[in-house]
Design a protein around this ligand. Sequence first.
Ligand code: NAD
Length: 479
Amino acid sequence: MRDQLYINGQWVSPDLGGYFETLDPATGEPIQRVPAATEEDIDHAVHAARQAFNRGWGQSSGAERATWLEALADELERSQDGLAALEVRDNGKPLPEAQWDIADAIGCFRYYAELARELDGRQDEALALPDARFHCRIRHEPVGVAGQIIPWNYPLLMAAWKVAPALAAGATCVLKPSELTPLTALELAGAAERIGLPAGVLNVVTGFGGEAGGPLSQHPGVDKLAFTGSVPTGAKIMSAAAADIKNISLELGGKSAFIVFDDADVDAAVEWILFGIFWNQGQVCSATSRLLVQEGIAPRLIERLVEETRRISIGPGLERGVLLGPLVSAGQYQKVMGMIEQGRQEARLLTGGKRPAHLPQGYFLEPTIFSEPADSASIWRDEIFGPVLCVKRFKSEAEALKLANDSRFGLAAAVMSADLERAARLANGLRAGIVWVNCSQPTFTQAPWGGMKQSGIGRELGRWGLDNYLEVKQVTEYR
Ligand code: NAD
């Protein structure tokens, strides 16, 4: 059991000695105590990260850093099963989903090891200028100290999306996991310790948003703030960054549309829709929570969808065969239930909307479908971040596009149609950072991830994820 902060390569108690309990969402019972970092701890962690950056990490070669990232991936792989089980206890998700996430997190460290090596080859590339007396070369330098604040829906995977590209770029990290799911981030620190990663390169500080996240986002020693979470917190991070013009990237919420045309295959559509909204209990930023169905296919599709939704097995994530676990916390449960109650006034409830009778404890909720909400309905416009789907019918391609784009979010969207030309037209017209055609949610470490409008600023993953932690420098010489 890890119940200390990981700062400068050491396990330390929080400065003010505060702890809190992390709870198992399947029971509401405590799992273990976790340190609640405050400003002093954050300050120590940022200083440790700065020293580590200056002591050599920031000047190391990509090839050296690649070796460390591969060692970290190997070390995580050795405890893969334990990590998946711990993730289920802390977050609630079904075990096969957690296993998938942990494997993805490990893959992310391996992928950025490769990119770190390639970075050496990209250093000092010559740039042709129109005046031949000037010679320009381009350098990619690490941004410095990265403050990284992450949510609870994919605890270790979100940590990997932040830490792997930062370390690959030569930045050092202060990572603050969500107070709701801190355990696997502490295990990541444990893996860093076991492989002997130089002290201060990765620091993990657990604690609450205001007391730990706030000081991290305001710390003048942080060069780069990378945040994933809700829009309101993103706005706070952005104003904290404004004080000293910190480099920021934000991955925020979504209310993504899934458009199904009359010519789509009903079985395939039902499968992708269920995956798009009920995976991880709908607690997915890119969850396709707004379903737009063309009139002709709507009766058949909706009937099948409701039928299949009622078959979903709900229970504790460690139980065999479970497809839907509990929501992450009492707070999240109340928030989603509150939105469902409001939804009952705004739309027609087709299925779900209540606690399953056989699960009186924990934060369990039936997968829920509403139909025909008004355009202004809260359940249609606001992010629910739970297993709640809203369905609306449309007549024409133009209407579908207009409805899909009528959102303050722009993270993802999906289109299902046998007509690939139409799907391509839609994909070009959708104001979203990610568009899936004839599928929903596949996520590749190689491809850019992020949103337009209030869904965020910047992109993670792929080479764009590495660029988040690099400064580009031109060196121009007159000969
Ligand atoms: P949240 O904004 O409540 O918290 C996210 C993190 O910010 C936590 O670590 C929290 O402790 C910290 N925090 C809270 N207040 C803070 C403050 N004032 N200063 C600094 N840090 C603070 O979000 P959440 O409930 O953990 O996560 C759910 C949200 O995350 C959803 O909106 C979801 O869409 C979004 N999300 C987005 C992506 C993406 O890639 N776009 C991925 C996952 C989750």
